[in-house]
Write a new protein. Structure first.
Length: 90
C-alpha cells in the first residue's frame, strides 16, 4: 500500500482508467466477434451492420488511445475484406 498522498491518488486514477479501458476494449472485441460470426454464417446484411458498429468502436478506441491507430486500421481493413468477400459471393 502506498504511503504518500500522490501515490494513493495515482492508484485511484489508474483504477479509473483501467476500468474505462476495459469497457471500451470489451465493446470493440464484441463488435468484431459479432461481425466475424455473421461472416461465418454468410449473413451479408447483418455482417455489414456489425462492420459499421465495429469500425465506429475501433475509431473511438484509437481516438482515446486505448489501441494504436494502425492497429485499428488493420482490424477494420481485415473485417472489411471478409465482409466484402461474402458480399461478392452472393
Amino acid at each position: 500500500m502506498p504511503i504518500k498522498q500522490a501515490a494513493k491518488k495515482y492508484m485511484r486514477v489508474t483504477a479509473k482508467k483501467t476500468l474505462r479501458n476495459k469497457i471500451v476494449t470489451g465493446v470493440v472485441k464484441s463488435a468484431i466477434k459479432k461481425t466475424r460470426e455473421a461472416v461465418n454464417a454468410s449473413n451479408v446484411s447483418e455482417a455489414q451492420e456489425w462492420l459499421k458498429k465495429a469500425s465506429k468502436a475501433l475509431d473511438k478506441a484509437a481516438q482515446k488511445k486505448i489501441i494504436k491507430k494502425n492497429t485499428a486500421a488493420r482490424k477494420k481493413s481485415r473485417l472489411n475484406a471478409s465482409v466484402k468477400k461474402i458480399a461478392v459471393k452472393k
